[in-house]
Design a protein around this ligand. Structure first.
Ligand SMILES: *[C@@H]1O[C@H](CO)[C@@H](O)[C@H](O)[C@H]1NC(C)=O
Ligand SMILES: *[C@@H]1O[C@H](CO)[C@@H](O)[C@H](O)[C@H]1NC(C)=O
Ligand SMILES: *[C@@H]1O[C@H](CO)[C@@H](O)[C@H](O)[C@H]1NC(C)=O
Ligand SMILES: *[C@@H]1O[C@H](CO)[C@@H](O)[C@H](O)[C@H]1NC(C)=O
Length: 376
């Protein structure tokens, strides 16, 4: 059985479309099998023309009864039963029928068989068997290693030589461990690994180190044509939580690099304002692009001798995507007498001066009153 990708690849979750049974004549049904993730949408193909209309029937997994009608289409308009209301829409498509329906977002009990029966009796029915997958979630901060779990009941007598483990991402093969050799696609070469010691015990987990933003997706593992467990792993790669740093004028400012490379360190005076490139880091060496002096020290760019003008937002971004890996909000304070202290002293002097002048004028006023009394 071959996977027919591309035709119904919905972009996020890998949706394999397998033609199980093609009809010998026009009146019998074609049967397809698909798997899709919870929350995604899937196309349900029909035959014939949208304008002639069709009816959609459904039989839930585990039911042995007959199909129940769940929706009706008339000239592209869909009216559905309450369980499917608002989740079915008409979809003009190229292959394999000339149009169909889109069901989504999928809920867990949408798993079952769907049959599209065109109202025009000369067009063939199309049956689609839908399996709903619930992805195992792995969430990492960019640059951190991710372990994508996968286990299988590998035969105790198996040797590395007769074992072939395959990992796919969104339906494309990314790594293969066959005949004792791991080969990965260029994107994962030198970053993906399998623990060969664990494989013969049934643990085929894939380690990606360091992670990049482009590693996001849905991963599946199989061995000798059998599916591993969990059936699908969803990897999320996010930015690190922002940091806040206060440094004294003249001191060094450490900017963390989070192990991902190549990357850039950008600076702006405030979040959202224009950014300037401060430094580019590649293979552990740093190239300073603006006025800063510094060095790379154990995954940190150290900016030396900062000034008050260095206060602002530093974002660490992936060079290839420009996506933020992390953000550091930096405040540089004056080394001896800060602006705040100067303002404080000025205020104090002003208050004292005001108090003295009020006191003097009060005394003068008192004196003039006394004079006035004497004069009367
Ligand atoms: C019914 O379907 C057949 C075959 O798909 C097509 O040739 C014919 O034009 C259709 N008739 C109508 C009324 O849509
Ligand atoms: C596996 O590798 C060995 C040598 O490393 C080679 O002799 C053998 O033919 C290979 N088997 C397959 C199926 O490729
Ligand atoms: C499977 O192997 C990975 C390393 O590849 C390891 O981190 C993980 O703990 C193992 N899982 C189990 C269930 O043994
Ligand atoms: C950084 O990205 C640009 C394009 O986005 C590319 O031309 C350049 O080669 C990259 N630099 C490194 C060090 O990968």
């Amino acid at each position: 059985m071959k996977m027919d990708q591309g035709t119904f690849d919905v972009g996020c979750c890998f949706i394999g479309l397998i033609l199980l049974f093609a009809p010998p004549s026009v009146s019998s049904a074609s049967v397809y099998r698909k798997s899709a993730c919870l929350g995604q949408s899937i196309p349900l193909p029909c035959n014939g023309a949208a304008r002639s209309g069709a009816e959609l029937f459904f039989m839930q997994h585990g039911e042995q009864k007959t199909f129940q009608k769940v929706a009706e289409m008339t000239s592209g308009r869909v009216s559905a039963e309450p369980e499917f209301e608002g989740r079915l829409k008409s979809d003009p498509m190229e292959q394999p029928g000339s149009y169909g329906l889109i069901l989504g977002p999928l809920v867990y009990n949408d798993g079952g068989s769907y049959e599209c029966r065109p109202k025009n009796s000369t067009a063939a029915r199309v049956e689609t068997i839908v399996d709903i997958l619930f992805p195992f979630q792995v969430s990492m901060a960019m640059g951190e290693p991710a372990i994508l779990p996968c286990v299988g009941n590998i035969k105790k007598q198996a040797h590395h030589g007769d074992l072939c483990v395959q990992w796919t991402r969104d339906g494309m093969v990314i790594c293969k461990y066959c005949n004792n050799t791991l080969t990965c696609s260029p994107e994962f070469k030198n970053r993906a690994s399998l623990s060969t010691d664990h494989i013969l015990q049934g643990n085929m987990s894939l380690t990606i180190k360091p992670t990049r933003s482009s590693d996001r997706g849905y991963y599946q593992c199989s061995y000798n044509e059998e599916k591993g467990n969990p059936a699908i792993v969803s990897l999320t790669v996010a930015a690190h939580p922002p940091l806040r740093l206060t440094v004294k004028e003249g001191d060094s400012l450490p900017v963390p690099l989070y192990t991902t490379e190549p990357l850039n360190v950008m600076f702006s005076t405030a979040a959202g304002s224009d950014e300037v490139l401060v430094a580019s880091v590649k293979k552990g060496s740093v190239l300073f692009r603006s006025r800063h002096l510094g060095r790379v020290l154990s995954n940190t760019v150290v900016l030396q001798s900062v000034t008050l003008l260095d206060s602002g937002v530093y974002s660490i971004t992936e060079n290839d995507t420009g996506e933020a890996i992390g953000t550091v909000f930096v405040q540089v304070t004056g080394s001896c007498v800060s602006a705040g202290t100067v303002a404080g002293i000025t205020l104090l002097v002003a208050v004292v001066a005001a108090a003295i002048s009020i006191f003097i004028s009060h005394m003068c006023l008192k004196k003039s009153f006394q004079w006035a009394e004497v004069g009367q």
